[in-house]
Design a protein around this ligand. Sequence first.
Ligand code: ADP
Ligand code: ZN
Ligand code: ZN
Length: 732
Amino acid sequence: MIAEVIVDVAHGEVDRVFDYKIEQDRYALGSRVEVPFGRQTLEGFIIGLKPKSDLSESKIKEVIRCLDEFPVLSTECLALARFVKERYHVPFALALRQFIPAELRGGRVKKKIISFASLSSEFTPVEMVASLRKGSTAQANAIGYLKEEGKVLLSVLNEKFGNSAIKSLKEKGFVIISQEKADRMPYKELDAFSKDVTLSLEQEDAIKRVENTQKAVTLIHGVTGSGKTEVYLRLINSTLKSGKTAIMLVPEIALTPQMLGQLRARFGDSVSILHSGLSAGERYDEWLRLKTGEAKIAIGARSAIFAPLENLGIIIIDEEHDGSYEAETAPRYKTVEVALKRAQLSGSKIVLGSATPSIESYDKALSGEYNLAKMTTRINGKDLPEFIVSDMRAELRRGNESIFSSDLKEELLKCVEQDNQAIIFFNRRGYSRQVICRDCGYVARCENCDVTLNYHRDNGVLKCHYCGSAYKMLSACPECGSVNLSYSGAGTQKIVAELKKLFPNESVLRMDNDTTSNKEGHFKILKEFSQKKARFLVGTQMVAKGHDFPSVTLVGILDADMSLYFSDYRSSERTFQLLTQVAGRSGRANKKGKVVLQTYNPDNLILRQAISYDYDGFFKNEKGIRQATGFPPYALIVRVMIESEDDGEAMSTLKSVYEEIKKIQQKRPDAFLFFNKMKCPVKRIKNKFRYQALMRLCGDYQSIKDEIYEKSLSFKTQKTLVYVEENPSNLY
Ligand code: ADP
Ligand code: ZN
Ligand code: ZN
């Protein structure tokens, strides 16, 4: 028998199948094996079995051994890996690695052993205590404790009563120590709570639509607070009942303790959390519980789409519009694409959920490619929060130079008086480099593209990230002549300080990348806030996610404009999504919610649409613009990235790539809307110089896409990295 093996080295040179001899039926398809390779031994995956090799018998070596007790990859996962390899043009080994926890490779997982203590059954507790020397209170107390508690962690016992007391109890034979494989259940301390609710009509309808459709994908477009989570839970429940398994994807697991808590409450140990923030051991255990079938629900961020589940019945992608569903390192996969393939292989359903679906998904829902379910009202008919728009130009004219508008100050005060809570949202990402006039709201834009310009401090010019044009930095506003131009802003810390000045007696929590670097930092902050240990929560994008805090009645959006002018064709879409999501945190329980939105552009269309919750209007308008300007979904943006520590080599690689693609363009000019080469907006990251060939393809481009990949990737060397991105979510 011959095993076809992919060695676990993600290099182009060894990215092919190698034949190895095995005894008949010795190793199964999908097993990890150790094989001789040149003068070394390597780990590899068996991706095929066949009776005979095309090579001569004498040239074929034998598989040394199998690395695990079971094949790590099912045939479904093998097929999915093949899809990832081909679709995203990565070495097979890299695709295969997505399916196993990193710690499995190189045999780095150790089973964690934990010691437990319990009382011996040879004596009664009374006899034990009676036999103790006088004054051995610690020992007597430990016996009493164990009598009550039964089996406890040895470490806990030692801590409570002292090592020496426990040691002498062991020596007397009163305390028995047993060792067990640790059950490293992550997030044990989660608030597992379950609400017993009667479904709303819209929830019932959404569930029926998912269950009755023949289409692969159902998009649930449900306003914030419409009860999407309950719909997911019910769908998972019926999937489990039919003997199948489920994958539940969320943008960022650390930001969704409530979703986790509810899943745990309802499905207990059947839930497995796949999360990069777990320890290596925990990660492995959780993976293994899915692999062995002990757990039937995988919840995690995008990589959980590769969970080792069999018999998959449903894949749910919550907040489907979120940018985190696109991988930014190789393989640069789009989660929905992988989900579609997986659903096709396993016969499972896909549910996408959002209050603000991406233009692409909603387009597919309207065209009938996806099934659509709508949830238009909040649970119990509560109103969506009311928007108050603060015109910051007017504030400035009135002499208010503080970060907060007078409306916001007033609402904050009311919020404190009524003992409610508020979230202050601040979009730091938007504060990157666009130039905005503080007097008239003018923002510098490119003449050739419908995007804003970015200020490049190093050489003092304004640049378009789409076509590469450069403009001179403005010294005054071309619209109104004001010199009051802003291209930098406040940070979250400053906002906290301002809040404290206004409300010295109130406590403030801050949540951003700086405050949440450790593993469970998000959880801690979110928990404290939900326990009302602080009045205000100040934060970046993180506070916009699906949190459900009943006491929050006010949301302040400090700089609605900033993300609007992020230089990206998706900036309107992102702004609409962000505003709707943040606003959606307000007034979710019985109290009415408000949102104060501060802007320099109160008449901006996107803001207007967000304020009136007009998703359909927004969609129609945005779709029109994309069509007219040739942006996705009407075109595909392809960027070939070149990164190297050697600037000269990077530049010459760019030139070669450009010339090869130029040839393709000459053959098929109809497929190119735009094509150019340039330095990347951020010219150097981690000491690597960055260049890009940028194009927008339209019409029938599928046939040339693979060629663009192949030609470009052929210039990859040890020193110079070349990779291709499609509709990248960042163009920095
Ligand atoms: P969404 O994800 O759509 O923004 P959630 O799923 O967080 O909304 O639900 C909003 C709130 O409504 C939650 O507190 C949830 O527990 C509650 N809820 C959901 N469904 C029902 C129901 N049928 N009856 C009563 N409360 C519900
Ligand atoms: Zn101006
Ligand atoms: Zn431009």
